[in-house]
Design a protein around this ligand. Structure first.
Ligand SMILES: [Zn+2]
Length: 381
């Protein structure tokens, strides 16, 4: 009846887990634990990581209107971090670094509403009126794995990286809340307003940023999302009234309504609805922020996900590239998909004339495609 559920079942049956997701339950009833652990297993089959992903789930009264809340643990500027001065969820940072960066700490704290009317079955067929716990746990863990930004708006001023734990009281985290230092999350780096461009190029905090966060014109313009979506970014939820924890960290509800394959990471979960798969755009977001997917998951062959070595990053003038195969073609695009450079096999490019901002580099040689994202620094910094 619901193909996406079938895909998930096939995946779990056909492949060993590519990542191990371990859930610690605080007060969760046994029957609910089964559904939550099932969701953990779905993510475990999608993602690859040599480091166990540690999820802490607390069964907690969240009131009438909230099903779940998730706080990812974070690290930045770790060994191998693709982007400097950018926050990564620790589950993702550990996967990229290939080592445990936060021993003894959970990778995410998930709160699930103990007062909601949950459907605890695993078949994705909740009756009308009940919320599918597998779907909601899958959604919340998606945030904890990095499908989340650091947006906030106070008055007219929008900001990135100014969130405080007090903003979410009475909820707290089991790990120390980091000093975010007005730095973006890697998810935020790909957010772009259709008129005004990337959020990370705007004054932070500032009114232009605030307007973009509530302008309804926000897209996630990562290179794999663009490739999976006909050259267009995925529409991101940015309603006219900013909602902390909902705005700018979800796909847009109206664009991806119940029944759409990409509905999992929208802000609202309708009772009686279920989705046990992130969808092509959800998977593309995970790859854009830095996850490697397990073989046979998603739209892209493993060799297409190869990372292009490029340094220094951020760059001021000369950008060096890893050894180029013969006949390789390098293209450089900005986050809105505009091509700024196309050139034959080369081991260095002159970036001194580029405008400040993030650029997607793609190098093709036959069927082999390598990509990376590079930040061009603002002059004078
Ligand atoms: Zn959410």
């Amino acid at each position: 009846m619901r193909p996406r559920t079938l895909f998930a079942a096939l995946l779990l049956a056909g492949h060993a887990d590519a990542a191990t997701v371990t859930v610690t339950h605080i007060g969760t009833p046994a029957a609910a634990q089964v559904a939550i652990d099932h969701a953990a297993g779905i993510w475990g089959g999608i993602l690859t990581s040599p480091v166990d992903i540690k999820v802490r789930v607390t069964w907690f009264p969240l009131g009438a209107s909230t099903l779940g809340v998730t706080f990812p643990n974070g690290r930045r500027d770790f060994a191998g971090a693709p982007l400097p001065l950018t926050w990564y969820a620790t589950a993702l940072a550990n996967s990229i670094a290939g080592m445990e960066l936060n021993p003894g700490e959970s990778d995410m704290d998930v709160y699930l509403n103990s007062g909601a009317d949950w459907y605890l079955g695993l078949d994705g067929l909740p009756p009308a009126g009940q919320h599918d716990l597998v779907s909601v746990a899958l959604h919340e863990m998606g945030h904890g794995l990095g499908f989340v930004g650091l947006s906030k708006k106070v008055g007219g001023d929008g900001s990135l990286g100014l969130l405080q734990m007090a903003d979410f009281a009475p909820l707290t985290t089991s790990f120390p809340w980091p000093q975010l230092d007005t730095l973006p999350g890697v998810f935020d780096v790909f957010l772009s307003d259709e008129q005004d461009g990337p959020l990370t190029m705007m004054a932070n905090p500032g009114t232009q940023l605030g307007a973009a966060m509530t302008g309804g014109q926000l897209r996630f313009n990562g290179p794999l999302v663009l490739a999976a979506n006909g050259g267009q970014g995925a529409r991101v939820y940015a309603p006219s009234t900013f909602a902390l924890g909902s705005s700018c960290v979800h796909f847009n509800e109206a664009t991806y309504p119940p029944g759409n394959p990409n509905e999992l990471m929208t802000p609202f979960s309708a009772p009686g609805d279920a989705n046990h798969w992130p969808g092509p755009l959800g998977l593309a977001v995970m790859q854009d922020i830095g996850w490697m997917l397990a073989p046979d998951v998603g739209l892209h062959a493993p060799d297409e996900a190869a990372r292009l070595a490029a340094w220094p990053n951020p760059v001021d003038d000369v950008l060096h590239l890893g050894a180029a195969p013969a006949e390789a073609v390098l293209t450089v695009r900005d986050l809105d998909g505009r091509e700024v450079l196309r050139t034959r096999a080369t081991n260095a490019v002159d970036a001194s004339g580029w405008c400040a901002g993030a650029y997607v580099l793609e190098r093709r040689a036959g069927a082999v495609v390598q990509r990376t994202v590079v930040i061009k620094r603002q002059a004078g910094r």
